[in-house]
Design a protein around this ligand. Structure first.
Ligand SMILES: NC(=O)c1ccc[n+]([C@@H]2O[C@H](COP(=O)([O-])OP(=O)(O)OC[C@H]3O[C@@H](n4cnc5c(N)ncnc54)[C@H](OP(=O)(O)O)[C@@H]3O)[C@@H](O)[C@H]2O)c1
Length: 270
């Protein structure tokens, strides 16, 4: 597994997303998530991203990392309006994760960020939070995020970046490179659509010499071939896919012509 800098941490280039996939309640479903966490460990994945807004996911992350909290860097997000509601949501993340320290705390989709940022800064000062980040899903949010990055008040930004969604290449990624801001890439597989909803089978032949065996690995490798990206966090409900996805974090960067090929093949097969 390749590790890259995220602030002062060395994080695995493949992390674990938990949106929808960890929002489960039955013992049987939680046991499967525990197996997912086992496979993260055996594949040297050391980052789990979650959020207050992901239903039962924070609780399930807390249960499945119990006794092995120190093996992972954990991230969550606040998504509400108002100072008191924000403080309550952040406090609940600590409780559900069953921890007294959260490595990265993010402001979800920049919602009420002017209120939550001072709260998180105070908690970082107290040593309860390691780093502060923001996340965004829409291109319109990027100019404000770029300005915020330049103030030095945030350590990381989480954005969508994949073969088709490339708006961040214009300004956000170059600014992150200049400032050393950590970049977490969400939706590397476009919620799985660019793997599961293809109408025809992409031709993997030109990618074989890079060790790529599946289309998911091609898409993940496309993202990680940009050195400004610190990590990407595909989510899955299937333990065996952790092994498949983690392999993308062990491969050499693709040259630009093969990145172009992966994009063109995705377009052709969609
Ligand atoms: N605003 C925000 O802050 C925000 C927004 C979106 C996402 N995120 C974060 O980013 C993470 C990733 O985004 P995402 O979960 O929306 O999308 P994603 O990682 O692009 O796609 C997840 C989907 O891909 C499928 N998948 C995973 N590995 C696969 C493989 N090897 N082959 C085929 N299918 C595969 C999974 O289905 P199976 O379960 O069937 O494997 C899952 O449904 C989230 O979990 C969350 O932590 C943050």
């Amino acid at each position: 597994m390749e590790y890259r800098k995220l602030g002062n941490l060395e994080i695995s280039t493949i992390g674990l997303g938990t949106l929808r996939t960890f929002d489960v309640t039955s013992d049987e479903d939680i046991a499967v998530r525990s197996h997912i966490v086992d496979n993260c460990l055996s594949n040297d994945i050391n980052l789990i991203d979650c959020a207050s807004a992901y239903g039962n996911a924070e609780k399930v992350v807390g249960i499945t990392t119990q006794g092995r909290r120190d093996k992972f860097y954990m991230a969550s997000k606040v998504r509400t309006e108002g100072k008191e509601a924000g403080e309550a949501q952040i406090a609940q993340s600590f409780e559900l994760f069953q921890t007294d320290y959260i490595d990265l705390y993010q402001i979800h989709n920049m919602i009420d960020w002017k209120t939550h940022l001072p709260t998180l800064e105070a908690q970082k000062e107290e040593g309860k939070i390691g780093m502060i980040g923001v996340t965004a899903m829409v291109d319109e949010a990027y100019p404000e995020i770029v300005e915020l990055m330049k103030t030095g008040r945030i350590d990381t930004v989480q954005i969508p970046y994949n073969v088709m969604d490339r708006e961040v290449e214009k300004e956000l990624l170059p600014t992150a490179e200049e400032l050393g801001t950590g970049i977490l890439v969400m939706e590397p597989l476009k919620k799985g659509r660019y793997v599961k909803d293809l109408k025809s089978q992409p031709d993997l032949t030109p990618l074989a010499e890079y060790g790529i065996e599946t289309w998911a690995q091609a898409l993940l490798s496309w993202v990680l071939s940009v050195p400004t990206v610190s990590t990407t966090i595909p989510a899955t409900s299937r333990p065996e896919r952790i092994n498949e996805n983690a392999k993308a974090g062990t491969l050499d960067a693709l040259p630009q012509e093969l990145r172009d090929y992966v994009r063109e093949e995705t377009e052709r097969c969609l």
